[in-house]
Design a protein around this ligand. Sequence first.
Ligand code: PEP
Length: 251
Amino acid sequence: MIKLFAANWKMHKTRAEARQTAAELAKLAAATLPQGREVLIIPPFTAIDAAVDGIAGAKNFHVGAQDFYPATHGAFTGEVSPAMLLDAGAAYALTGHSERRHVLGESDAFVGQKTAFGLAAGLKVILCVGEKIEERQAGQLQAVLTRQIRAGLADVPADTAPDAISLAYEPVWAIGTGLVAGPAEIVEAHALVRGLLAEKFGAAAGEIRILYGGSVKPDNAAEIIALDNVDGVLVGGASLKADDFSRIVLA
Ligand code: PEP
């Protein structure tokens, strides 16, 4: 399976900054990117085309979006459609990032609606799931992942191409906190995710990428990426500087 190294820039970077960071990253990592790896830059909407410019010509580099609205067009002030993202040069999009669930109040059902709509529109979708610390402490890891994944995939066809959908396991308590889930915690959660994917997709679940996200840094990336069922990483803070992220991508 080709491992995916995704940089979530959240609400950071102007167009000029995005173009420059993307170009720097391509310069640092494209020529030496190990076989079996690809890189995804996920800037704010306004900088998608600038990031596309920045990576021009870099093999196995892609650009994605952090969100979208599940409709083709219409009276949805402030929103952006999958077709608009594809037109701007994004090939991928996230759904259900914890900041959208817990800061912007998105429900499991709405995340599911987006996931199915984005896939049908031709985006590759990365569905993000993960438990809050109080849920983990209450022994609810499996229940939370089950709820989020069943709802997130409810309307996704079972014959979806395995390279079109990825899952990202991101424990909320590890995002932006410097706290990384330990190897055993990551392996346990990713095995649960794989089992839930098999419920939906059968044998094809084995070909679906499961990324880990939560305080991945240059000094822990190699260990995380080598764990069972870890098919890539989704990185926030440590993806903002080309130098840091190139060390993750090349780890
Ligand atoms: C994220 O934004 O998805 C994330 C994992 O952030 P960080 O790497 O900063 O924890």
